[in-house]
Design a protein around this ligand. Sequence first.
Ligand code: NDP
Length: 275
Amino acid sequence: MEVITLNNGVEMPQLGFGVWQVPDGEAEKAVTTALETGYRSIDTAKLYYNEEGVGRAIRASGLPREELFVTTKLWNDEHEYDKALRAFDESMERLGLDVLDLYLIHWPVPSRGKYVDAWKALEKLYADGRVRAIGVSNFTIKTLQHLFEETGVVPAVNQIELHPQFPQKDLRDFHAEHGIATEAWSPLGQGQGLLDLPELAEIGAAHGKSPAQVVLRWHLQLGNVVIPKSVTPERIAENIDVFDFRLDDAEMAAIDALDNGRRLGPDPATFAWMG
Ligand code: NDP
């Protein structure tokens, strides 16, 4: 498995497994399949309500803890310093882990103005050795700059909506300039729509690969971390089988040209849902 070295030296698998919208009862099965198929990184969140199922799969796998990379996220109504520390403990309890690999602030919720407090709690957890790396999700250039100014600390990761139809070039360039790893959520554009485009089928045919594999390869060649989600065993296997081919410059450019500037998810500048 290819790895990305984060700005604190910690290595993170470049391809992992996302579990948003997988109910807790099904998460154990899906994550077990993913681990058996070779995935070593799992992306969950308090808000996904499946940390327990993820934890059960991790324990049942029998894999050494150091071979796994587990990410979870702090929810929007827990940005206060003490609440954030408590929320972390509760997530760890559900996951059944002592040390987490990556903890992210799920959304900045700028209208609440509390993400700097949340970040200070993450710094404390990092200093105490409870988590190996800390980062953010859905941060914009503006909220990242504000975080730098207030804390002087650069997050290891920013997990953002990113797929060929919404490639976030400016934010990716900003991350590269500041040593922040770009992690793509909804890397397959949530499946339908994007994966039906004939351009992707055509590129795939040239390599004997599916549209999903072409999209994941595009991400990997851009240097993104990707966390495709699937509950379908064949697709779970398909999505990790992307390390034996390479897209050339013309193919990368053809995929870049699919940009339509449209988000699938909410705008992080205004999103303030508390769940
Ligand atoms: P993805 O882009 O990973 O797409 C998932 C969808 O595509 C599912 O419907 C899945 O179907 C389908 N699919 C998966 N593989 C294939 C394939 N090979 N061929 C055809 N269809 C396929 O969407 P997500 O929104 O789930 O994003 C991935 C992860 O990113 C999430 O699970 C979560 O961990 C994270 N995320 C983070 C957010 C944040 O705010 N930080 C927001 C959203 C997501 P099926 O399962 O039925 O096989």
